[in-house]
Design a protein around this ligand. Structure first.
Ligand code: NAP
Length: 302
């Protein structure tokens, strides 16, 4: 087993921080860290202009080779796409006492094993936020959760300080849980798009546009989010199932059936989950649960 390496420097404000990969997350994180008073001193990216765009607003930040970032910095964020984090790390000479950190949600920290074998500490720093436009992401980052992971106590302390300095909330994840953790994020991220897609399809059947549908549906979704925030997942669930309203669900099923098996099956699968939640919240009893289940099954068999 590899002996644990330790970060040899002090508090985060004294660290020289570098970035390899000046994409959406790299830019937003570098700018946010610099704004929080930390020293972002070097960046490398495949396209020089992208590295320059990251460096430009940060006083004293230079664009250099990847190896020069590692040589010049105490803590290096490897912010390349997930598929090349390991190769990028493998090609570099790391040293004792520094840290290599990636920002992926799904890639295990072990992807940085080469840095560890050279004496560096390794870690993960995953902001639970979507980074599209890096300028917009700088504003949306405060208040988000950042999942931090590090074996070394010194690096963990630094990552926690950074999280606090960014105005974010820290979440710690045990090693080996990233697949599950990232799948969980998907439910409340891109799977929402899949739900909206179904709703918009229904609106389009009477000639409404996606824009019209979203104008009506987004405030509804925001209301549901507030309700979950106030009352929790089960008790904060709105809708006919929570009110034991079988007749409304029957009307939904009859309206959706002609739109094809896939659409109906997706509806019944989701509806079945809401039946379990309504029971958990105490909104329906065992008899009503079986009535809902029968109704959903009959619709599938029709
Ligand atoms: N975007 C998000 O919403 C988000 C959210 C949380 C976490 N993350 C994580 O953040 C990391 C970066 O994602 P991203 O969305 O910022 O990706 P991205 O926008 O595609 O940026 C990746 C950057 O890495 C650079 N790059 C690619 N190969 C490289 C190499 N071999 N050496 C140096 N630079 C290289 C690219 O350079 P050029 O542009 O110069 O070609 C690109 O700018 C990933 O681990 C991702 O999982 C992303």
């Amino acid at each position: 087993m590899t002996a644990m390496n330790t970060l040899s420097l002090g508090a985060s404000h004294s660290l020289r921080i570098g970035f390899i990969g000046a994409g959406r997350l790299g830019q937003a994180l570098a700018w946010s860290l610099a704004q929080s008073g930390l020293r972002v001193v070097a960046v490398h990216s495949l396209v020089e202009a992208h590295a320059a765009a990251l460096a430009e607003p940060i006083q004293g930040c230079t664009t250099v080779s990847a190896q020069a970032v590692v040589d010049a910095c105490d803590l290096v964020f490897v912010t390349t796409p997930d598929s090349v984090i390991q190769n990028t790390c493998d090609e570099l000479e790391w040293r004792n006492g520094q840290a290599a950190v990636h920002c992926s949600g799904v890639t295990e920290v072990d992807a940085l094993t080469t840095a560890r074998s050279h004496g560096a500490c390794i870690g993960g720093f995953h902001p639970m936020q979507t980074f599209g436009d890096p300028h917009a992401a700088v504003s949306s980052l405060p208040g988000c959760t950042i999942t931090v992971e590090a074996e070394d106590a010194g690096l963990m302390r630094v990552l926690l300080e950074m999280t606090q300095g960014l105005g974010c909330v820290a979440n710690q994840l045990p090693a080996g849980m990233r697949g599950r953790y990232h799948a969980a994020a998907g439910y409340t991220s891109q799977f929402i798009n899949a739900l909206f897609d179904q709703a918009v399809c229904l609106w389009q059947t009477w000639g409404a546009t996606e824009e019209q549908a979203l104008r009506a549906l987004l405030p509804l979704a925001q209301g549901t989010l507030s309700s979950i925030q106030r009352a929790g997942v089960a008790r904060g669930m709105p809708g006919p199932v929570s009110r034991a309203d079988l007749s409304s669900i029957d009307k939904h099923l009859r309206a959706i059936s002609p739109m094809g098996e896939d659409m109906l099956h997706f509806y019944t699968t989701l509806c079945l989950r809401t039946v379990a939640l309504a029971e958990q919240a105490g909104g329906i009893d065992a008899q009503q649960v079986s009535q809902f289940k029968d109704l959903l099954q009959q619709a599938e068999e029709r």
